[in-house]
Write a new protein. Structure first.
Length: 490
């Protein structure tokens, strides 16, 4: 069955011994303040609980963060006017709708996204998918966000009179990572419980920052040499891709909805998830764009401090760290599940610690060796080549199956599983993903320029090309719903 060793329940019982009744939650299978027992295994109906509105604060806390400020300011630095940048921010964040759609598969199956995608790629093919789109990219995002939190923490340390030497920087990174991983290890219920107060705190802090920024912003800002023609469209499309990389990175949204009862409203799950990502992302990214009209956002942290009263600066820096801890706790949680889904028989709590170690190593490299802002831009845009097709393929499968997934069948990894397909690989899903990635790679313009992008004057069409091709190929190979396996009766 599932490649996972359960974390022990309080009282010395393993998760496999947990009762499949409503009392299971009370014994600690998913209880705030206790290490979550479940990993990628199926959540029985008796252990389902919660309300979809809880998803709003989960996603909101993760998206009121420093990285969003950086990206919003970067749009103005790319040569856009203020209102062009705001338009790009809104359009790019509309991709949160896809994140919301993917979340509805959690209550339907009772399993995380890392298991549901076996329906798309087959048992063995899905291991490769999780190794790349699940684990590797999650660790990269963890490192990028941890880098952002660390820069704020370094400034806080220096305000306390401690020089930010290399040794101090390493210590700060490790401490922030430890706090983040503690939340991830405790798991789902602890995340749900903590993220409402975290959301309220972050909203209060960023509201104060917004008042200060808007008081100095130039609402009619336009660059001295406005972009026009092909150059303008190239920049607008690149900006949308940069913003969309955020929601597209969450192909794992079912991880946080899988404990909801099977009968939970699909619209409510999709809506609260999408709104929880969309509203704060638009607000904070726009705040970064407004700030860029009056200060130099090549160094966002110091620039924003110049707009804030001195007493509030430490509060602002702490909020930046807190927001990044929130987003990274979710990232590490999903990365831990992905590592289990790759086939490693380890406990979820152990897999999370492994992810954190890898991310800390990447973070120290990003901070001590490379240019942080360039790294953020390049990585976010390049991951769209893979994440766009993966997101579109997952959403297409949900539509074709009418969101009917058999969680127990998905948890079966044996050759007798309905999702073993041929040699453990679902050729339709694998070919569709490869086709989408190739199409996106031909149209990308980031670390390199694809031939299609070059012919179009540098326009980066990787996002729409990859998503459309992946979805179309998948539907074509399946010939509608007739090629689907493992669909339970309604």
């Amino acid at each position: 069955m599932a490649s996972t060793i359960p974390d022990p329940l309080p009282g010395g019982h393993g998760a496999l011994d947990a009762p499949s009744s409503a009392g299971a939650a009370a014994t600690g299978a998913d209880h705030a303040g206790r290490i979550e027992a479940h990993g990628i295994d199926h959540i029985p109906d008796g252990e389902r609980h919660g309300h979809p509105r809880e998803l709003f604060s989960v996603w909101a806390a993760a998206n009121v963060n420093y990285l969003s400020l950086v990206i919003g300011g970067a749009l103005v630095l790319m040569g856009l006017s203020l209102w062009q940048a705001v338009g790009v921010i809104v359009v790019g964040n509309l991709f949160w709708v896809f994140t919301g759609v993917l979340a509805i598969s959690g209550p339907a199956s009772g399993t995380p996204s890392e298991v549901i995608t076996r329906a798309l790629y087959g048992v063995m093919g899905n291991r490769v998918n999780n190794a790349v789109t699940g684990w590797m990219i999650s660790v990269c995002y963890f490192a990028l966000n941890l880098s952002a939190a660390a820069t704020a923490a370094f400034a806080l340390v220096e305000k306390a009179g401690i020089p930010a030497t290399t040794g101090v920087q390493v210590t700060v990174v490790v401490v922030i990572a430890a706090l983040t991983l503690t939340i991830s290890v405790y798991g789902h219920a602890t995340i749900v419980r903590l993220y409402l107060p975290i959301t309220l705190v972050l909203i209060a802090v960023f509201a104060f920052v917004a008042v200060a920024v808007l008081g100095h912003a130039d609402l009619s800002y336009a660059p001295a040499e406005p972009l026009s023609g092909t150059q303008l469209w190239v920049t607008l499309v690149s900006g949308v891709t940069l913003i969309a990389a955020g929601p597209l990175s969450y192909t794992t949204s079912a991880d946080f909805s899988r404990y909801l009862p099977r009968t939970t409203s699909r619209k409510a799950v999709a809506g609260w998830t999408a709104l929880g990502g969309f509203l704060p992302s638009v607000s904070v990214c726009s705040l970064g764009a407004f700030a860029a009209t009056s200060v130099d956002m090549t160094d966002p942290q110091n620039a924003l401090q110049g707009l804030l009263p001195g007493w509030f600066t430490p509060v602002f820096l702490l909020a930046l760290v807190l927001g990044t801890i929130a987003i990274n706790a979710m990232t590490a949680y999903s990365a831990g599940l992905a590592l289990q889904a790759v086939g490693l028989r380890i406990r979820r709590s152990v897999s999370v610690l492994f992810d954190g170690t890898a991310a800390v190593a990447l973070t120290l490299y990003a901070l001590l060796v490379s240019n942080f802002l360039d790294t953020v831009s390049d990585v976010l845009q390049l991951t769209v080549v893979l994440l766009g097709p993966a997101m579109a393929l997952y959403a297409t499968d949900i539509v074709l199956r009418r969101n009917r997934y058999d969680g127990l069948a998905l948890s079966d990894e044996s050759p007798s599983s309905p999702f073993w397909y041929t040699g453990g690989i679902h050729r339709a899903g694998a070919l569709a993903l490869v086709s989408g990635v190739v199409a996106a790679a031909l149209c990308v313009n980031t670390l390199y320029t694809g031939p299609v992008s070059h012919a179009l004057g540098g326009a980066d069409l990787a996002l729409p090309a990859g998503m459309v091709v992946a979805s179309a190929v998948y539907v074509g190979l399946l010939r509608g719903r007739r090629g689907l396996r493992g669909v339970p009766r309604a």
